[in-house]
Design a protein around this ligand. Structure first.
Ligand code: ATP
Length: 544
């Protein structure tokens, strides 16, 4: 499966930048989610990779093929990129059965494909299956209904699901009626010999034309090269593809139904099967679960995860739901205002966010932010938070003054780069300017307007995840319970410290009285330190 590379990809409409200088490498077989607030450019990014939107500039490579290059004038159309799409509105054809819905796209495919002896392939499948005739009998016996009659549809489905075979092959296996014969081993031998004869005959046919058959029963020439021909899929190949994907999404039993006879979740699964049937090497999904109810969404999420494993395809998934992104992805690509904020594994994004925007965007309940003022002394940073003196100890040694210097230099470089870029007449200034993210410091009374203050290198932002807040008699910080919401498994408590509010998540269903005095401490070495000036992440540590 291919790796996808985006190099300096920009999409703008006039001077509105939907995606700005995006560089991204999507590894082979990855499951990445494009995450970010509404309008940040997720869908545009996905559509550009898929070929549904033309970038203003940049280069996109899928596998070995450059599918877009603005400087070379390359732009390969979507149907030639071998990608599949699954969108929120997955409209199935209402006048077609589930089977027809999945098979329809396959019957229209006409492309360069290996020439296969399907006869030999199926004969070989049958030969292998009957070798274990006892298993065939067991499956057959499980398909009897309560009146002792074989339920043929059930039997075919079970054979298809067990052996991943086409309906035709399943019918053929069933027709031998192994369960009725007193000498199944003799029957199995006769069938195997028959099948071997078919394989030999097919080999002879190929040989006459100057080819041999390889282990997949493809035609191979003398140099070992597989013979390819522009052709359509045979009826049996289509059936095999339909059965294969239906098995993955567990809709084999609905094949004869019409979409109106299915629930929303089942329809969604049909849509997924339809997308998977042509074996796309990359599958693009744009909020495919947003029409489903919460329970079904959860169920489908875990099925998508399985699907990713079973198909081995690369999945690119758009969502604005951070939970979905966290739970599904191998990597999250978090975008804001067309600019990539972080591209990392979900837990890295959660535990080491690049900046306060990322820290705020992931996590539910949200991270607690607090302003901190102080300076480094030795390996500690003495800070004042909520009017109290505290000590932040970084997990590994860091020179804060040096860090601040580098951070200012980096800002200056960005500024220069931007100014230089604008000297080129092809570039236009971004009208949707990037504004610095202002983190929300929760207070009891948020009506008072904050005056703009001069931010210095001694001003920091501390980020505390709710699970790091611990209520304990030993806690040195005192507060009072502002609200408490037990869900059974955990309790979300908001605690008032002076005029500020912080949120904690305590494991277990504990009841707190509102107004109750509590002592707290921060039980984690994952407390985050950010620069208040740039909002960038400095380090993690403990806070006492
Ligand atoms: P959502 O989560 O709401 O779907 P998104 O992150 O997928 O948002 P995009 O659809 O990629 O956002 O849009 C990015 C920005 O580009 C939006 O501000 C949108 O209004 C703008 N945009 C999209 N298509 C066009 C267009 N054809 N012309 C002008 N602006 C557009």
């Amino acid at each position: 499966m291919p790796k996808i590379i985006l190099e300096d990809v920009t999409k703008r409409w006039g001077n509105f930048y939907a995606v700005e200088h995006l560089n991204l490498v999507i590894e082979d077989n990855a499951f990445i989610t494009l995450l970010g607030p509404s309008g940040c450019g997720k869908t545009t990014t996905l559509r550009m990779i898929a070929g549904l939107e033309t970038p203003t500039s940049g280069k996109i490579t899928i596998g070995d093929t450059v599918v877009f290059d603005s400087t070379m004038g390359i732009n390969i159309p979507p149907n030639k990129r071998k990608v599949g799409f699954l969108f929120q509105n997955y409209a199935l054809w209402p006048n077609m059965t589930v089977y027809q819905n999945i098979a329809f796209g396959l019957s229209n495919i006409k492309e360069l494909m290996p020439v296969i002896s399907f006869e030999a392939l199926c004969a070989n499948q049958i030969k292998n299956i009957v070798a274990d005739w006892q298993k065939v009998i067991d499956i057959t016996l499980e398909s009897f209904d309560k009146n002792g009659v074989i339920n043929k549809d059930k039997l075919y489905l079970r054979l298809i699901d067990t052996y991943i075979i086409s309906m035709q092959t399943a019918k053929r296996i069933a027709s031998y009626s192994f369960e009725k014969t007193p000498t199944p081993e003799v029957l199995a031998k006769t069938v195997a010999d028959e099948m071997q004869a078919i394989i030999e005959k097919e080999r002879a046919v190929a040989s006459k034309k100057g080819y041999t058959l390889n282990e997949k029963f493809e035609y191979v020439d003398k140099d070992g090269k597989v013979l390819e021909k522009v052709r359509k899929l045979s009826k049996e190949e289509i059936d095999l593809a339909v059965r294969r994907v239906s098995r993955i999404v567990k809709i084999g039993m609905f094949m004869k139904r019409y979409p109106a006879e299915l629930s929303g979740g089942q329809q969604q699964r049909v849509a997924i099967a339809r997308t998977l049937a042509p074996e796309p090497s990359v599958l693009f999904m744009d909020e495919p679960l947003s029409n489903l109810d919460a329970k079904l969404r959860l169920e489908m999420r875990s099925e998508l995860q399985r699907l990713h494993l079973d198909t081995g395809s690369t999945f690119v998934y758009v969502t604005h739901d951070q939970m979905e992104a966290m739970t599904l992805a191998t990597s999250i690509c978090l975008i804001d205002n067309g600019v990539l904020q972080q591209y990392d594994a979900p837990l890295t994004v959660y535990n080491r966010p690049n900046n306060t925007f990322v820290a705020d965007f992931v996590g539910n309940p949200s991270i607690n932010f607090a302003e901190a003022y102080g300076e480094q002394q030795g390996d500690k940073i003495n800070v004042k938070i909520w009017g109290e003196d505290m000590v932040f100890t970084p997990n590994s040694p860091i020179d804060i003054a040096k860090w601040q210097q580098d951070d200012h230099d980096y800002d200056r470089e960005l500024e220069e780069q931007r100014a230089n870029m604008l000297l080129d007449k092809h570039n236009v200034e971004k009208s949707n300017k990037d504004v610095k993210f202002k983190c929300h410091i929760a207070k009891v009374d948020e009506s008072e307007i904050e005056e703009d203050k001069q931010i210095t290198d001694n001003d920091f932002i501390i980020g505390i995840r709710p699970e790091a807040v611990k209520i304990t008699p030993n806690g040195k910080i005192t507060g009072e319970v502002y609200s408490a919401m037990p869900t059974g498994m955990e309790t979300t408590v908001r605690i008032k410290i002076g005029e500020f509010l912080i949120t904690g998540v305590i494991f277990g269903g504990i009841t707190y009285a509102l107004g109750e005095k509590v002592n707290i401490e921060f039980d984690s070495d994952g407390i985050m330190l950010f620069s208040q000036n740039s909002g960038r992440f400095i380090t993690t540590g403990t806070l006492k």
